[in-house]
Design a protein around this ligand. Structure first.
Ligand code: FES
Length: 309
């Protein structure tokens, strides 16, 4: 895994009462380039230990002078969004992971249909910059709650004109996806019910799977504390209520591959040997879950879990 980058918060502003935007500049070397749809993990020193939350880069991928992220305050969370909203100030230094992309833009598409729900607009801000530069054909369907999650509506109205369609509740997806030009791709990001609805509608209309893309916003959620036994090394650890299993492993010095930290990319897959597991990922099939777990989101729901590590 690549080394963390040190960045300074050069600007922070509230886009709505729930969404705070941060501009991040490098403390030393230039920032690595990134492709539209990339995210970074922000390392947050919370009371229970270090937490890493993934946020999409919203800035223009052609500009590597700074990165920009937008963070929605989550009512139910382990404290990462609260920390970024209430503790972090302009001038502070943060550690982030280098950008990774699990939601790439398919630049050969004849038409790009972007469907965002709430804070799911964030990866599309970088998409839009790239699509405008490529003079590509695209349209944005943006579901938001005015005054809560309408972070970029005004900016996008001016920028996109009739390419922007806004909705206060989920629209009928049939006319958005029916009879679109050959070679169209649809991308969606936002709450799981929206993603499911887009995928179901696309399937019902005969869209090939390879032209339907989605990114879920999953993050580790708190749970009961439990004990952890690592069978190969013989180590015994404790996983706190606010800590993910992956974070507990990292605090003990283990290097587990990871990209999304949200149970979708499959990178952190680990074999479990005993103990009751609460699977919270969207990657493994039920049959696979009998043998493996995703420690970024899944956790033990009994007193002890043992892992093949
Ligand atoms: S880091 Fe992606 S599934 Fe765990």
């Amino acid at each position: 895994m690549s080394a963390a980058l040190k960045v300074r918060v050069s600007a922070a502003k509230m886009l709505t009462p729930m969404v705070r935007e941060f501009t991040l500049q490098p403390c030393a070397d230039a920032l690595p380039g990134f492709s539209p749809g990339s995210h970074v993990q922000v390392h947050l020193p919370l009371a229970d230990g270090k937490v890493r939350n993934a946020y999409s880069l919203t800035s223009d991928p052609a500009d590597n002078q700074h990165y920009r992220i937008a963070v929605r305050l989550q009512e139910v969370s382990r404290g990462g969004s609260h920390y970024l909203h209430r503790q972090v100030q302009v001038g502070d230094t943060l550690e982030i992971s280098p950008p990774a992309n699990l939601f790439a833009l398919h630049s050969t598409a004849s038409l790009h249909i972007l469907i965002a729900g709430g804070i799911g607009i964030t990866p599309f801000m970088a998409y839009i910059a790239a699509l405008e530069q490529q003079r590509a054909d695209f349209e944005l369907h943006y579901l938001n709650r005015p005054g809560v999650s309408d972070a970029y509506v005004e900016e996008l109205q001016q920028r996109l004109g009739s390419r922007l369609h806004t909705y206060a509740c989920r629209p009928d997806l049939n006319p958005i996806l029916r009879d679109r030009p050959l070679g169209s791709h649809v991308y969606t990001c936002g709450p799981q019910p929206l993603l499911d609805a887009v995928r179901q509608q696309a399937k019902a209309l005969g869209w090939p799977k390879s032209r339907v893309h989605w990114e879920a916003f999953n993050a580790a959620q708190p749970g009961q504390p439990f004990a952890l036994e690592l069978l190969r090394s013989g180590q015994r650890l404790k996983v706190g209520a606010e800590q993910s299993l992956l974070e507990a492993l990292e605090s003990a010095g283990l290097k587990i591959p990871n990209l999304c930290r949200g149970g979708v990319c499959g990178q952190c897959m680990t074999r479990h040997v005993s103990g009751e597991i609460e699977h919270r990922d969207s990657f493994l099939s039920p049959a696979e879950q009998a043998e493996f777990l995703m420690p970024c989101v899944s956790r033990g729901c009994g007193p002890c879990v043992s892992l093949d590590l």
